[in-house]
Design a protein around this ligand. Structure first.
Ligand SMILES: NC(=O)c1ccc[n+]([C@@H]2O[C@H](COP(=O)([O-])OP(=O)(O)OC[C@H]3O[C@@H](n4cnc5c(N)ncnc54)[C@H](O)[C@@H]3O)[C@@H](O)[C@H]2O)c1
Length: 335
């Protein structure tokens, strides 16, 4: 019998690459992808995946209860990635971020506990949910392990709308899994990047676009902040390894960081990209990040390595080159 897997948010950035990785690494597989195409695109790349007979696509809005009748059940793995994501959305429509992310997760978990008793549920949480601790209390263990307080630094700053959905999301998943006795994995992605990561609101795609357009007086927001980045193929490989790992089933619920190890200051990231790509603007416009922007983020990935033996394969230089090439041929104006 084939392994049945559901990916919500399947047309989005992580969903697309995860689907590709699963199709490349498993032959006997039945994949159902769900997306309302609010952000994900039915573009050429995605259409290629849909041409594979192992894949079925359902265009559904997961905030609507009727959508769940279409999903069936008895999935071995469910990756719940669907959410409104991207910093721009946090500021422009925080009420929708709150409504969509929370409502869809609550319906999802109700459906999951009824239709997938033996399945394993993966929720993509976020480092945003703990990052506020550094601003609020000026302290955070660096590298940051999984068990730290989750903090909403300022309820009046719309930026934290998304973090709040991930904070409550973790509580939803942990308590549903305990109550209904199913296996669950909470992954905390730390800045995944790569081709097809969307437009507007993520630093590397934004830099790629500005470099492709040869924007002089090159704006860099939060230039002194530091981040790590994890190339998307490494990231989805880690997600699959965690879902397949019997080690993660021992506790029945696990929270695990996924991220890169090379910490880099944002203005140095820009310099690295100029060097890798071979073009540099004459002048830079280095600005502060918006209020609530977090100075430093570095995940402790000891747990991920211990549970799965995962290591990064794609260097930052290599990943940036591939990502830039993709954005060069797929500018936002053509989507
Ligand atoms: N990319 C990262 O580095 C990162 C970091 C932290 C957390 N995450 C989380 O990982 C998940 C996937 O992120 P991504 O980068 O692929 O984002 P994405 O925006 O590319 O993908 C999310 C997908 O969900 C879909 N969606 C939104 N609302 C929906 C609804 N009501 N019904 C059905 N589909 C809906 C969107 O159309 C989109 O295709 C999200 O939960 C995100 O919060 C990602």
């Amino acid at each position: 019998m084939s392994k049945k897997i559901l990916i919500t948010g399947g047309a989005g950035f992580i969903g697309y690459h995860l689907t590709k990785h699963l199709l490349d690494s498993e032959s006997n597989i039945e994949l159902v992808l769900v997306d309302n195409l609010q952000r994900g695109r039915r573009d050429e790349d995605f259409q290629l995946l849909l041409n594979d007979r192992r894949v079925k696509f359902l265009a559904l809005d997961l905030t609507l209860p009727d959508s769940y009748k279409e999903l069936g059940g008895k999935y071995e793995h469910v990756y719940h990635l669907a959410a409104v994501n991207g910093t721009k959305a946090f500021y422009e429509m925080p009420h929708e971020v709150l409504r969509i992310n929370t409502l869809s997760l609550a319906y999802m978990l109700e459906w999951f506990q009824k239709e997938n008793k033996d399945g394993k549920f993966c929720f993509t949480a976020s480092n945003e949910a703990y990052a506020g601790g550094l601003i609020a209390f000026n302290q955070l263990r660096i590298p940051t392990p999984e068990h730290v307080p989750l903090v909403i630094e300022d309820t009046y700053n719309p930026r934290w709308s998304y973090a709040a959905t991930k904070l409550i999301g973790e509580l939803f998943v942990i308590n549903y899994a305990k109550m209904y006795n199913f296996r669950a994995l909470l992954v905390r992605p730390h800045n995944f990047y790569g081709p097809r990561a969307g437009y507007g609101g993520h630093v590397i795609p934004d830099f790629c676009e500005r470099i492709a357009e040869k924007t002089d007086l090159f704006p860099i927001y939060g230039g002194d902040d530091t981040r790590t980045f994890c190339y998307i193929e490494d990231a989805v490989r880690a997600m699959k390894m965690l879902m397949d790992s019997k080690e993660t089933d021992k506790q029945s619920i696990e929270t695990v960081n996924i991220g890169g190890t090379e910490e880099i200051v944002i203005k140095d990231l820009a310099e690295k990209m100029f060097q890798v790509i071979g073009w540099r603007p004459q002048s830079l416009d280095i600005k502060n990040g918006p209020p609530g922007s977090v100075k430093r983020r570095l995940a402790d990935i000891t747990k991920l390595k211990k549970l799965t033996g995962w290591t990064e394969k794609v260097s930052l230089d290599e990943g940036l080159k591939i990502t830039y090439e993709w954005y060069r041929f797929h500018p936002a104006s053509k989507t």
